[in-house]
Design a protein around this ligand. Structure first.
Ligand SMILES: [Zn+2]
Length: 329
């Protein structure tokens, strides 16, 4: 048995990377019968600390949490199959005795089966329900010493959670149009590269372009009027600058035009949105004061192209100055 009885652990769901968590505010030490148990990113709060209490051997336990004077065990809500807690002394065995079944090939990882109902604790999004066996990762839980697992935040390539709070929508680029894992390529973010779309585009039409198989191009962000699209995570390398080393260093932005050649203008609204995004990227990535041509760059520095066009090229110092002002430089 890889776990010890009567020792507090965090229980991390394998599929979602999130932790078994009792909802609600228990600062006063009171927990009510029937309170919902769900999955949540790690909080370092006692509402995510569970002990496995031996119940007659054979891997049978009750999974309990202590608050104040009370002990509360994972339990089965008979009306909707949700996972709840119930005061240990008044819980029926059929709703609370759990058989821990090791998951093959995964360290300290188990299925939690309600012994008498043959139902398994299952992640349904961030909800926890008792459901028939699937064998999938949604039913696997890793028993961890508190603080030793990941934080359970939304991380990794498959996430569609934007890197910037300013983003309107994350529209993932086709995976053949960028390179995953900037760090693995030896890349460190040290600049922001400005582009124009050479066209009037919405964040959705730009997203559709980057989703096209065989396009072999992408950008991290797109700006059009008040909207910001994200297509590639900053932790991945977008193919925008026509130069591999520059791509590995850069967070890239495509800016919609408001008209065509020869000036390729950009609307004041789009420009103002671009300013806020550049400031946000610079701040989050610790780029410090932006300097045109150093950590604020543009496409034609790296490739034989007219991008970002005459109009935006003439506004780059204003872009730098306004973003610096936002960040207090
Ligand atoms: Zn460009």
């Amino acid at each position: 048995m890889a776990y010890e009885f009567n020792h507090y652990y965090e229980l991390q769901n394998v599929q979602t990377r999130k932790y078994v968590n009792i909802l609600g505010n228990h600062e006063d030490g009171t927990v009510k019968n029937g309170e919902t148990v769900n999955l949540f990113a790690r909080t370092d709060n006692p509402d995510q600390r569970w002990a496995l209490e031996n119940y007659g051997g054979s891997g049978n336990v009750r999974i309990v949490l202590q608050r104040g004077e009370g002990w509360y065990a994972l339990n089965y809500n008979v009306s909707n199959a949700n996972c709840i807690v119930w005061h240990l002394n008044t819980a029926e065995d059929t709703d609370t005795v759990i058989t821990t079944i090791p998951a093959d090939g995964k360290a300290n990882t188990y299925y939690f089966m309600l012994r008498d109902r043959s139902l398994y604790l299952t992640a349904v999004g961030t909800s926890l329900k008792w459901q028939p066996y699937t064998g999938g990762e949604e039913q696997m839980f890793t028993i961890l010493e508190p603080g030793t697992g990941g934080d359970g935040g939304d991380e990794g390539d498959v996430s569609t959670v934007p890197d910037s709070d300013l983003v309107t929508r994350f529209i993932p680029a086709y995976e053949g149009n960028y390179t995953k894992n900037r760090t693995a390529q030896g890349g460190v973010i040290s600049e922001i590269t400005i582009h124009h779309c050479a066209g009037v585009m919405t964040i959705d039409s730009l997203g559709a372009l980057w989703q096209r198989v065989g396009r072999e191009g992408s950008s991290h962000y797109g700006v059009s009027e008040t909207e910001i699209g994200q297509y590639v995570h900053e932790s991945d390398v977008a193919w925008t600058n026509g130069n591999w080393e520059a791509n590995c260093r850069a967070v890239t932005i495509e800016t919609s035009n408001s008209g065509g050649a020869p000036q390729w203008p950009v609307s004041d609204t789009t420009f103002a949105t671009l300013v806020t995004l550049v400031a946000d990227i610079a701040r989050r990535n610790g780029l410090g004061k932006l300097i045109k041509g150093q950590n604020l760059t543009w496409h034609s520095m790296y490739a034989a192209t007219a991008c970002p066009g005459p109009y935006l090229s003439g506004k780059l110092q204003e872009l730098v100055d306004r973003a610096n002002m936002i960040n207090g430089f």
